[in-house]
Design a protein around this ligand. Structure first.
Ligand SMILES: Cc1cc2nc3c(=O)[nH]c(=O)nc-3n(C[C@H](O)[C@H](O)[C@H](O)COP(=O)(O)OP(=O)(O)OC[C@H]3O[C@@H](n4cnc5c(N)ncnc54)[C@H](O)[C@@H]3O)c2cc1C
Length: 470
């Protein structure tokens, strides 16, 4: 390869953005892509509509930082709201506030995993800059009421088409079915890209944009974070299998909250030496909320799915508990009052009839089972609180074993500490840059991940070209 060339490994979202930026900066560019075409995954994004960015990314940095503070406040608030639900009647307005905060916290740079590393790139390419980049390629974009950005065509092919057209216009070479297995350091200088078939391509400047596949394991200067599925369904303990099978396909708009049962009690013996106040600091209350989301939840035989659940999956681990508030718009007090009024109006009625008209019939049956109530047993003023509490806290223990193929994004890959956040160049190897999902950065649903892919691709492409041309 010529001294002024940049080789981009991987022709996905990040790789194409990187190649375009490098070529525009003046470098000769080659994309080495494992499959037989560019940007295949883009076609599947956003259910075929490609949610390519989010208006909140950099729209107002001061506001974003204020929202970061709200996030911290929210955690305490959610905890308080939960505990009061059990002990006393929670007023409905309190609950609405709780869910609004949760939604807003998605609107900041801090929505990203490794946000401090990502901030420099995201400030350089805010949402408006990414929309301008696409407008320059001829793509019109639109936003929905949540601020999620899509192509105006609402067709992912439009996004891929304009990128491929620009790759061609800039005369970027594409090497397809180029499965690069590893990178070697050449004694003569530069790097050797080792193909599956054994052949080697020499390059002085390269950009790793391979998504989650690891081609740097032979290079001692990189640290690799464990790859794990993120933005995926949550898998529920097999003990719940019977009720989940009966719920398969049921959808419900819920407030979903993730709790971690801390080892406070289990480890108390080991921690006897610690003073009580130290213990409280090390281990928060035994049932503390980690994160909360509101949205449609889809029940599946293995667990639960949906955007709210995908976002919670970014925080979940084995042993966590998911609590669904199946009637989030009603406070516990309002719900008990509603049931009491119905009971009073009817004199007597089976407990299952109290739930008719509140949630899906199959969900109602599962709630009754969890509450230990027989559907046909008579409703009483004594069992109303149990029923209402089970509707407000439908509890599912999680295994933490989400499958990779069910995930939209994988967390892990190249540890960000090994890269300069301003240039995305390796700290250990000059001339090696990285972009997109290859780096250990990920965001929630809403266009955050593709935004990172474009933005980091553009930064890595520009910087790699400057390096190659110097
Ligand atoms: C079903 C689905 C829906 C999604 N929807 C959205 C959405 O609406 N909005 C959003 O923001 N995000 C969405 N995402 C996430 C988003 O698609 C990714 O974050 C993004 O594609 C990452 O881009 P990337 O270029 O880093 O990696 P990839 O898109 O994975 O591209 C990597 C490329 O490198 C190639 N490659 C891999 N290994 C090698 C190798 N050894 N040699 C050569 N080439 C190699 C691959 O073939 C691929 O073309 C979705 C993901 C999925 C799976």
């Amino acid at each position: 390869m010529s001294k002024h060339s940049v080789v981009v490994i991987g022709g996905g979202a990040a790789g194409m953005a990187a190649a375009i930026a490098a070529a525009r900066t003046g470098a000769k560019v080659l994309i080495a892509e494992k499959s037989n075409r560019l940007g295949k995954k883009i076609l599947a994004t956003g259910n075929g509509r490609c949610n390519l960015s989010n208006m909140s990314i950099g729209s107002n940095d001061a506001e974003n930082s204020a929202l970061f503070d709200q996030n911290a406040h929210h955690s305490q608030h959610a905890q308080h709201a939960h505990s009061t639900q059990h002990s006393q009647h929670t007023h409905s307005t309190q609950h609405t506030q709780h869910t609004q905060h949760t939604h807003n916290t998605q609107n900041a740079y801090n929505a990203y995993h490794n946000n401090e590393f990502a901030a420099s790139t995201l400030k350089r390419y805010r949402c408006t800059a990414i929309r301008e980049f696409f407008a320059g390629l001829g793509l019109l974009t639109t936003t929905d009421e949540r601020g999620w950005v899509f192509p105006s065509s609402k067709w992912a092919n439009s996004v891929l088409d304009v990128l491929v057209a620009e790759v061609r216009r800039l005369d970027i070479k594409c090497l397809f079915e180029a499965d690069i297995r590893s990178i070697e350091i050449r004694k003569a200088g530069g790097y050797g890209l080792v193909f599956g078939a054994g052949s080697i391509l020499h390059a002085d400047t390269l950009i790793i944009a391979t998504g989650t596949s690891n081609i740097t394991n032979k290079l001692a200067g990189f640290t690799h974070e464990k790859i794990q599925p993120i933005l995926a369904p949550l898998v529920v303990e097999p003990t719940e299998k019977a009720s989940l099978n009966s719920l398969d396909g049921v959808r419900c708009v819920c407030a979903a909250t993730l709790y971690r049962t801390t080892p406070k009690k289990a480890q108390a013996a080991e921690l006897e030496s610690l003073e009580q106040n130290q213990l409280e600091q090390e281990y928060p209350p035994a049932f503390s909320p980690l994160a909360s989301e509101r949205g449609e939840v889809l029940f599946r035989p293995y667990g639960v799915s949906g955007i709210a659940i995908f976002n919670l999956s970014r925080h979940a681990q084995k042993g966590d508990t998911l609590v669904l508030d199946l009637l989030a718009e009603q406070s516990l007090y309002d719900l008990e009052h509603f049931f009491a009024q119905r009971l009073e109006a009817h004199g007597t009625l089976p407990v299952e009839q109290l739930l008719t008209g509140t949630v899906h019939t199959r969900l109602a049956a599962a709630v009754l089972k969890k509450a230990g109530l027989k559907p046909t047993q008579p409703a009483t003023t004594e069992n109303i609180p149990t029923l209402a509490a089970n509707l407000k806290t439908f509890t599912l223990p999680l295994t933490g074993e989400t499958k990779e193929e069910q995930a939209q994004v994988m967390r892990g890959g190249l540890a960000v500490e090994g890269f300069n956040p301003d240039t995305l160049c390796s700290r250990a190897y000059s001339g090696i840059f990285a972009a997109g999902e290859a780096l250990d950065v990920d965001g929630p649903c809403g266009g955050y991940n593709l935004h990172w892919a474009w933005a980091s691709g553009l930064v890595a492409g520009e910087q790699a070209a400057h390096f190659a041309l110097q």
